[in-house]
Structure formats: structure tokens, C-alpha cells
Design a protein around this ligand. Structure first.
Ligand code: AMP
Ligand code: ZN
Length: 467
């Protein structure tokens, strides 16, 4: 079976065919830099990371663009409240965002364009929409006329005639509910609340609306018609609906072919969100002593279209799961036999086939983990029965490395770190030989502080990462 994605546009699983052979161009809506990203945001970003990694596993070249919303209603309001310039304010959250990506072992996208650096592209789009009659001015703002776009509502499956739409109904805010679908702001004329946040342009003094940011930046970096557009389900309406309307009205071409949306991370019954005040940021959870890899595992291991209710109990379970996964890989080096048991290669081949079959089915990651944990169980059995040779263990390790290019649970730089840890263990061994116990203890404590646990065994010192 070929790779299939559930397309929000058609509400069915469709076979994936990129526009350009072997190359996938995808746009992933990025963070609004008005606060730290919470782990709900991270769930959506990490689903996009898995999508990107799996496309690469399948051999595609991937061009991924993720925007940084460094101007919108929320960032302006918050920067004013703190008496900071907009860029001073957003810089802090931009830095934190990239730190979080590294902590959670993200594969970086090709581009992270910031909205404030693409105002001319947005102005050019609004200009075109005005010229084509899709946009009009009212009260100093410029609005998109949804009644002129016959298929408005096709992504969220709303019918235009069901909306109380019309030129008399307009919404100037960036976010609103379906019930108030009306003409929306492409460009917001300057008012006092904006302070020094404005651009003098050919369409007036002001700033862009949120939706136009993503249309202008996606088309600049990926072309007018590209393959995949993603976000969380809350982006479907109005954000993505509006992106489609303004982009297709500008170019007269279809915009993105596949629309993938991840379900929410919830806290009890509610969506995790800043406006509800019920959220955890990554740092809160790390401070409680959980490792980034356990958080990553938790966020990726539920299928992206299923809601995930966060709790520390399921994080504890994730910690156990990831420990089993990592212990298995670490302990493959224990095998010392030269004699092939003969069963491993068949298990590996089957696991590789089943892994692809699972992920080809709209990224069924729970099934893919099922495949991996089955092979872990089977290989552990072979090990216990002395039916695994070093060569077979190497082949298992190679397969696990391949699976991990998608899961990303083992840091890329682990190998480099390993040699540093081993050098410290060697220094500790020497200190012990020299009966320099305080130095030996100091090294042990330093390693512990880095999350490395030492075990003194009859065959020498072994180490593992604290999960
Ligand atoms: P924002 O920083 O608010 O612009 O959101 C960034 C991304 O996080 C968007 O794709 C949202 O759809 C997504 N998102 C927001 N809240 C959640 C949540 N509770 N669970 C999953 N994704 C979310
Ligand atoms: Zn967007």
C-alpha cells in the first residue's frame, strides 16, 4: 500500500503524490511569539516533525517552512503592556522556541521566516486582491470579501449561504468563532493602540492581519501551489480557510493539496491553551525531573488525529516505555556470541515491512511503536535463549537506528557525548586505582548531574542515562 494521508479538505485518506517527483514542499504554521510555547503547541509541532522525518525515511527530499508570528493582535498588546518594543518582546520567545526544539530533538525545518520581515510580500498580495475586487477598504482597514469567493468554507465544510456573511459584517480581530464568519481583515490601519508598530506602505499606514502572513510567506518559499499544509485543528477555521481564500483569489491556482491537522492536547476536559490558563510549558515539566525524551515519547506516541489528555500518570508510563526502548538498544552490545541463532534476520525484515505499513497509513505511530516493541520482546527472548550472535545484534541495532530516524528518541549527538562520558569513567577508574576516593566520588556526582548513572558490575563499570 502507498503512503496515505487523511486530508481535512476531502475528509478521506488519500494517496500522497507530491507535485514534483521525489520532493515534498510543506508549510507548517508556527508559533505566535507572545509567550512560551506550551506542550499543546509542541504536540502539533512534533507531529509535523514526525511527518517530515517519515517523508525523509521514505526517501523524499523535504522542504519545510515554519513561520514565526512576530506580529499580531496578541504580540502587540503584550509588548505594550510590558513597555517593550515589539521586537524586544518577541525575541525572548523566539530564542526560547528554538531552545525547546533542540531540547525535544526536532529535525530543523529549512526556513523559519518571520512575519515582520515579509511586509512587502503581504502588501503586494493585498494590492492584488484590491485590484481584483476581492478586497475593499472600510474604516481604514482592508477586508477580504468572502462572498466573492464561491468556494469559501471548503476546508471547514461550511456553506457560504449558511453564514451570516456580507459586506456589512466584518471582523477585525485575528481569531473568531465559526458563527461569526464574516469578511476578515487583510490589513489593519494604524490606530493609537498600535503605538510605534506600523509600516508606511502603498496600501496605507498599518500592519498585516494574521492570516495574510502565512499566505504570503508560504508562497514566497514554496511556490504558489505546494503539497502539504498543516497545523492544529483550531487552525482549520478561520486561519486556514482564510489562507486558502486569499491565496487562491490572488493566484487563481489551487493553494496546498493536502491539509493535515493534529488533534489537541487537553488537560482534563479542556484544550490546553494560554487563554484558558490551563497549560504547561516544557520548562515546567523538565523542572519536575522528567527527561525531554520521555516528553517527546509522550507527545508522539498517540496518533496525531486522536486527542491526548495530558497527565503526570501518562508521563510516568511514557518514561517507562522510553526506558525499555533505550535499555534494549544500549544492551545490544552485551551480546558476545559468534554463533548465529538464525531467527533474527526474519524478525528484522518483518519489522521493517510492518513499520512502513503502519506509518504509510496516515502516520499510524501507535501501530509503528507496536511493531518496534514486538521486535524488542522477540529479540530479548532470543538473547535469553542464547540465540543471538554479535552480527545479528548489529543488524538489529541498524534496524533500530533506522526506526529512530523517525521517532527521534535518541539524540543525534549521543555518540559524541558517549565518548566524553567514557573518558570521565576512565578518569574515575584511575582515581579509584589511586585510592583517591574523593575524586572518584566527585566524578560520579558530576556524571549524575548530567543524568548518567554508574553501576559497578563484576565485568567493570557500566553506565546508563536516567530516564
Ligand atoms: P500558536 O502559537 O497559538 O499560534 O499555536 C501554534 C500551533 O499550536 C498551532 O498549529 C495551533 O493549532 C497548535 N495548538 C494550539 N493549542 C494546541 C493544543 N492544545 N494541542 C495541540 N495543538 C495546539
Ligand atoms: Zn499560519
Amino acid at each position: 500500500m502507498a503512503l496515505r494521508f487523511f486530508n481535512t479538505m476531502t475528509r478521506i485518506k488519500e494517496e500522497f503524490r507530491p507535485i514534483e517527483d521525489g520532493h515534498v514542499r510543506m508549510y507548517t504554521c508556527g508559533p505566535t511569539l507572545y509567550d512560551f510555547s506550551h506542550i499543546g503547541n509542541m504536540r502539533t509541532f512534533i507531529f509535523e516533525d514526525i511527518l517530515r522525518r517519515y517523508l525523509k525515511y521514505k526517501g523524499y527530499k523535504v522542504t519545510q517552512v515554519m513561520n514565526l508570528t512576530d506580529i499580531d493582535d496578541k504580540t502587540i498588546k503584550a509588548s505594550k503592556e510590558q513597555g517593550l518594543s515589539l521586537s524586544e518582546y518577541t525575541e525572548k520567545y523566539k530564542k526560547a522556541f528554538f531552545e525547546d526544539l533542540d531540547t525535544l530533538n526536532f529535525d530543523r525545518a529549512e526556513d523559519y521566516p518571520a512575519a515582520t520581515e515579509h511586509i512587502p510580500e503581504m502588501v503586494a498580495m493585498v494590492r492584488k486582491l484590491l485590484d481584483k475586487g476581492y478586497a475593499y477598504e472600510a474604516g481604514g482597514d482592508i477586508y477580504f470579501r468572502i462572498s466573492k469567493k464561491d468556494d469559501y468554507g471548503k476546508l471547514s465544510h461550511m456553506k457560504l449561504e449558511d453564514l451570516r456573511a456580507g459586506a456589512s459584517e466584518r471582523v477585525a480581530t485575528d481569531e473568531y468563532e465559526k458563527e461569526s464568519a464574516t469578511d476578515f481583515a487583510l490589513w489593519k490601519g494604524w490606530d493609537e493602540a498600535d503605538g510605534d508598530v506600523f509600516w508606511e506602505t502603498e496600501i496605507g499606514k498599518g500592519r498585516p492581519g494574521w492570516h495574510i502572513e502565512c499566505s504570503a510567506m508560504s508562497m514566497k518559499y514554496l511556490g504558489e501551489h505546494f503539497d502539504i499544509h498543516t497545523g492544529g485543528v483550531d487552525n482549520i477555521f478561520p486561519h486556514h480557510e482564510n489562507e486558502i481564500a486569499q491565496s487562491e483569489a490572488t493566484t487563481g491556482k489551487p493553494f496546498a493539496n493536502y491539509w493535515l491537522h493534529s488533534a489537541h492536547l487537553k488537560l482534563k476536559e479542556d484544550k490546553m491553551s494560554k487563554s484558558l490558563g490551563n497549560f504547561y510549558i516544557l520548562r515546567d515539566i523538565l523542572d519536575k525531573g522528567y527527561s525531554p525524551v520521555a516528553i517527546r515519547y509522550l507527545l508522539i506516541s498517540t496518533h496525531y488525529r486522536m486527542q491526548l489528555v495530558f497527565s503526570f500518570d501518562i508521563l510516568d508510563a511514557a518514561r517507562e516505555g522510553v526506558k525499555r526502548y533505550n535499555d534494549f538498544i544500549d544492551n545490544l552490545s552485551d551480546v558476545t556470541s559468534d554463533k548465529n541463532g538464525g531467527e533474527a534476520s526474519g524478525l528484522i525484515d518483518k519489522a521493517k515491512t510492518d513499520f512502513v505499513e503502519a506509518l504509510d497509513d496516515d502516520l499510524n505511530i501507535s501501530e509503528a511503536f507496536g511493531v518496534v516493541f514486538n521486535i524488542i520482546r522477540d529479540i530479548n527472548r532470543l538473547k535469553a535463549e542464547n540465540k543471538l550472535s554479535m552480527a545479528e545484534a548489529d543488524a538489529v541495532l541498524e534496524a533500530m537506528d533506522g526506526f529512530d530516524t523517525v521517532f527521534g528518541l535518541r539524540k543525534k549527538d549521543d555518540a559524541a557525548l558517549d565518548s566524553e562520558i567514557e573518558a570521565m569513567i576512565e578518569a574515575r577508574n584511575q582515581a579509584r586505582k589511586d585510592k583517591n576516593w574523593s575524586e572518584a566520588d566527585r566524578i560520579r556526582d558530576e556524571l549524575l548531574a548530567q543524568g548518567i548513572i554508574l553501576e559497578d558490575t563484576p565485568t567493570g563499570v557500566k553506565w546508563k542515562r536516567k530516564m
